[in-house]
Ligand binder design. Sequence first.
Ligand SMILES: O=C(O)CCC(=O)C(=O)O
Length: 278
Amino acid sequence: MPKALSDAQVAQYHDEGYCFPHRVLDADQVADIRRQIEAYEAENDGKIAGQKRNKSHLLFKWLDDLIRNDEMLDCIEDLIGPNILCWNTLFWIKEPGAKSYVGWHQDSRYWGLTEDKLVTAWVALSEASVEAGCMRVLPGSHRREALEHEDRYNDDNMLTRGQEISETINDADTVYMPLRAGEVSFHNIKTAHESGANMSQDRRIGVSLHFIPPSVAQVVGDWDCAALVRGQDTHGHFEHTPRVPADLDPDLVAYHTMASSKISEVLYHGADQKLGKL
Ligand SMILES: O=C(O)CCC(=O)C(=O)O
């Protein structure tokens, strides 16, 4: 019996490559995290930019806590078992009325990982409605071969190289995943997904957490790190990241600079241009 998700959600994740919603944060917790994000932004040109978007649990204590949130980890355990590493965290913030979007893509194509067992938990820290540009998935795409992608380098595409799946995806085959603030969706690393512009009046603030079982390894580059957040690391493929004692701890900031630049090399591996989006 699953610990946190329903049997139907676990079955849907395995059969269709996604499930949602599940609440992990209450309104007060969301408000507190949003206040901390916006305080950081106010002191840093109004945004979390470039490589600070990546491996960000090394910078912010609230995010280091979120990757260890029990309710979250119970869900992840339901999907990939009791031994869990958090490989990455990534901010996805769309301003109201901005053109930013995310093209159709499969993450498995760009993350250098050996197996398709990664679960992305996408946490809404503000309302992520269809109007606000929530994510949309192509159910069952995680069971297909890797789909062909093109690097289009469109400035408004939030992905590193503006990549997009080459084939036309039929709207009727897709499913939107709207979330209320504090809720999370889960999708598999091979599930094709995208999101549109934020046409709402509020910011769409999301953060994705990327969880793997220890059997998964990195094959691009010579080094990578992950946080052991539950159980045992039975394989030792990643250096374990330290806990964050406080926001922007100087040792952790130095570690983050190194770790996020390594992950940036992975994400831009084979690209003709490096746009500095991550
Ligand atoms: O935030 C979005 O709209 C897209 C996020 C995404 O591509 C992901 O979490 O893998």
